[in-house]
Write a protein that binds this ligand. Structure first.
Ligand code: B12
Ligand code: SF4
Ligand code: SF4
Length: 407
């Protein structure tokens, strides 16, 4: 530990921020290890079983809220954020409001972020070690019992919004978080003390499954992100229609957030969208074999969910095609969808089959109704429901980064 005194902490903290930016981080903050203000919130979330089947969220006791229990000797937490919104990807709203198309959350259109962020954090630590050879550190991103949002808020990277995400008033929320736990007594940054949502509650109102509960805690069991990515089982039948065409994750509580007008696009080539992920039809994805799935998703976070859950999610979205407007085009799509769904029943496992049978039945009933109700185009046009009443394919005000057109 001798060398720990041989540097100027103020100067090193400034250098860490400069190096961090050079390594592609959009912001870097430093805080100490006392997360006690967040401990009750975290345990009350667990007590309500809002974590669902994410056992890893409760497996580590107080290690998540007490950094020194996870990494003894830690004195400071360096929090970083990296933008991931790719401004060149197809428009999220258009994809979200076209039920025959597949919506994939913006963070998953490019390469998996875990490796990239950890590598950059490692590089940052190596630069610090050149100045302080006795540096001890651990690098994390979404990979260990770390309370990333609490650390980011305390480090001054943003406030925890009502949607429970870190939001910076000048940078929105389209970024990943990562941390370095270090044994250096660096000066700390001012925390974000003011919650910046004010009277806005757009995310709470717009959440398709009403997953944002009191105290702005997200009940993961209702959240589409959990249901389509983390959850391995049978999705509750009452929630399936609300999922719409979101086949991997969900962004609605960020798309509606006014602070995201101020977010910036990513500069990382790794997060650039891979065609056709940003702009594909459900049936195109559904036609992929397991081999094609594995090939297309090499290096992508989507590969982690496996082919069975991928098929389950697509089955739910195909079953939701019946929520589209009853025009001739969609009737044709329904017929194709039902055939494709029926062809996959019995090929994977019972969990997937339950969703396939559900989709098939909905498509069958939807088709029957449409064929029985065949009316001249004019009368259909008169009877069309306003699209904003058709949940979950809502058309409301969404906020894109302002520089969207600049690229
Ligand atoms: C578990 C998890 C999920 C779960 C649960 C989400 C949740 N809100 O808890 C699911 C699978 C649903 C999920 C979804 C998503 N996630 Co996620 N997820 C995590 C993970 C692993 C842990 C989050 C956690 O600790 N939750 C526990 C609860 C208790 O935390 P909380 O609600 O924020 O509560 C805190 C405070 O609000 C406060 N508090 C809570 N209740 C109360 C009550 C009172 C009275 C008070 C005073 C305080 C208080 O204390 C709590 C502790 O800090 C983190 C990575 C990490 N290791 O931290 C990523 C992380 C939060 N996820 C991330 C992302 C990007 C997403 C998605 C956008 C992905 C997508 N597009 O589908 C969605 C967004 C959904 C949403 N609105 O949260 C990013 C967020 C980046 C950012 N800008 O903040 C993270 C940080 C991953 C990363 N490294 O970048 N996620
Ligand atoms: S990610 Fe989607 S389902 Fe989850 S809280 Fe946000 S809007 Fe609701
Ligand atoms: S949508 Fe409104 S309430 Fe929700 S996080 Fe953004 S500012 Fe806060």
């Amino acid at each position: 530990m001798n060398n720990l005194t041989a540097y100027d902490p103020e100067q090193l903290a400034r250098q860490i921020k400069t190096w961090g930016v050079e390594l592609g981080f959009a912001d870097i903050g430093i805080t100490e290890c006392d997360l006690s203000a967040y401990e009750d919130g975290y345990f009350s979330w667990l007590d309500k079983h809002f974590h669902g089947e994410m056992d890893y969220m409760q497996a580590h006791g107080t290690k998540r809220t007490r950094p020194q229990e996870l990494v003894p000797g830690t004195l400071r937490l360096i929090s970083v954020r990296m933008n991931y919104f790719d401004g060149t990807a197809a428009n999220a709203l258009q994809q979200l409001h076209a039920p025959e198309r597949a919506y994939i959350s913006r963070y998953a259109l490019g390469k998996d972020y875990h490796k990239l962020l950890r590598k950059r954090l490692q590089q940052l630590a190596e630069k610090i070690r050149l100045q302080v050879p006795d540096l001890q550190f651990r690098a994390f991103t979404d990979s260990a019992p770390v309370l990333e949002q609490a650390i980011a808020e305390k480090s001054g990277l943003g406030f925890i919004g009502k949607n429970s995400l870190i939001i910076h008033p000048r940078a929105g929320s389209w970024f990943f978080l990562g941390e370095l736990y270090v044994n250096l007594p660096l000066p700390v940054d001012a925390p974000f003390e003011k919650q910046g949502c004010g009277p806005c509650d757009a995310c709470i109102r717009e959440c398709p499954t009403q997953a944002i509960m009191e105290n702005n805690q997200v009940d993961a069991r209702r959240c589409i992100s959990y249901l389509t990515i983390e959850y391995d089982g049978v999705i509750d039948e009452s929630l399936r229609p609300l999922i719409g065409n979101r086949i991997y994750g969900c962004d609605d509580c960020q798309l509606v957030c006014p602070w995201n007008r101020f977010s910036a696009f990513t500069n990382e080539q790794a997060f650039a969208h891979r065609a056709p992920l940003d702009n594909s039809e459900l049936l195109q994805f559904f036609s992929w074999t397991e081999e094609q799935f594995l090939k297309h998703f090499e290096g992508s976070p989507i590969r982690r969910i496996g082919y069975a859950k991928w098929t389950r999610n697509l089955a739910v979205a195909l079953g939701n095609l019946v929520q589209t407007n009853p025009d001739a085009h969609s009737t044709h799509v329904l017929q194709k969808a039902q055939q494709a769904v029926d062809d996959k029943i019995g090929l994977l496992n019972e969990m997937v089959d339950i969703h396939l049978r559900w989709a098939s039945e909905r498509l069958r009933i939807g088709l029957q109704q449409r064929l029985a109700e065949k009316k001249p185009l004019d009368s259909i046009a008169v009877e069309l429901k306003p699209i904003e009443e058709i949940s979950p394919f809502k058309v409301r005000k969404y906020h894109y980064p302002q520089n969207r057109k600049a690229k």
